[in-house]
Design a protein around this ligand. Structure first.
Ligand code: FPP
Length: 245
């Protein structure tokens, strides 16, 4: 049974797209004298709870930063543990996610992933392609700068081939060459664990996102914490560079 979530007092529109930097698994484990990978394992429980809460909160897109392009620098045992958790998550949850109308999409550099994970991702994406309740975007081996560089390179190739004029390159053209093509920009970016930076996450897409930093470590983050962040978002005044007058 899921816990009831206390609704925010003001009923403004919820964020369509919430993106989360799930930080603090290592500190959660350290505080308990446990190995880091147990912190990541506990983090998967928080993922499950937050994914389930999205529908009740009216969130249509949820992007989770599961593994950054810089995370490859971590000890091999930690990287292997994280990859195992991702395998397990997709294998165990795919049927339930598919039944609940969740569409899975993975962004990031797949060339560095093990072939079985690449195949699993392709299966999950294909199986859930037509689902519409929630789009769960998993950022895996993902880096925002790499994503922008890759988009620039492909645009430059089209210009060099005469398929595109330099003066026609605008924000829409760039956005359409990013891996997030077709996904609205995040309205709200949440980072847990008290750190206050983007760490190469959705750099282009978060240009006008509201940022909320939560002190809790990711394994302790609950559906209620997500509802609270949504409530705070709904009290913010978004002006997109205008005066709001
Ligand atoms: C950051 O905490 C967290 C990660 C690098 C991994 C996040 C992964 C999961 C929650 C599990 C798998 C995800 C899915 C979608 C199934 P940290 O290790 O940097 O923590 P620290 O800053 O306290 O050391």
């Amino acid at each position: 049974m899921s816990q009831p979530i206390a609704s925010p007092a003001v009923a403004l529109a919820p964020p369509r797209h919430v993106a989360i930097i799930m930080d603090g698994n290592g500190r959660w484990a350290k505080a308990r004298g446990l190995p880091r990978n147990l912190g990541h394992r506990q983090g998967v429980d928080a993922v499950r709870e937050v994914v389930r809460a999205c529908k009740r909160l009216g969130i249509e897109y949820l992007t989770l930063y599961a593994f950054s392009s810089e995370n490859w620098k971590r000890p091999q045992s930690e990287v292997a543990g994280l990859m195992d958790l991702l395998r397990l998550y997709i294998r165990r949850e795919l049927d339930e996610l598919a039944r609940n109308g969740v569409s899975i999409r993975v962004i990031g550099n797949r060339s560095r992933l093990a072939p079985d994970i690449v195949a699993l991702i392709a299966e999950a994406e294909a199986k859930t392609r037509d689902n519409r309740t929630l789009t769960l975007v998993i950022a895996l081996s993902y880096g925002g700068q790499d994503e922008i560089v890759d988009a620039c390179r492909r645009i430059a190739e089209r210009v060099a081939a005469g398929a595109l004029r330099p003066e026609d390159v605008d924000t829409n053209v760039v956005a359409s060459h990013l891996q997030t093509v077709g996904i609205p920009d995040p309205d709200l970016v949440i980072r847990t664990s008290g750190e206050q930076r983007l760490s190469n996450f959705l750099l282009w897409q978060s240009a006008y996102s509201e940022l909320i930093f939560v002190d809790k470590l990711w394994p302790d983050f609950s559906a209620q914490d997500l509802a609270d962040a949504v409530g705070e978002f709904q009290r913010r005044d978004r002006r997109y560079g205008g005066s709001g007058a």
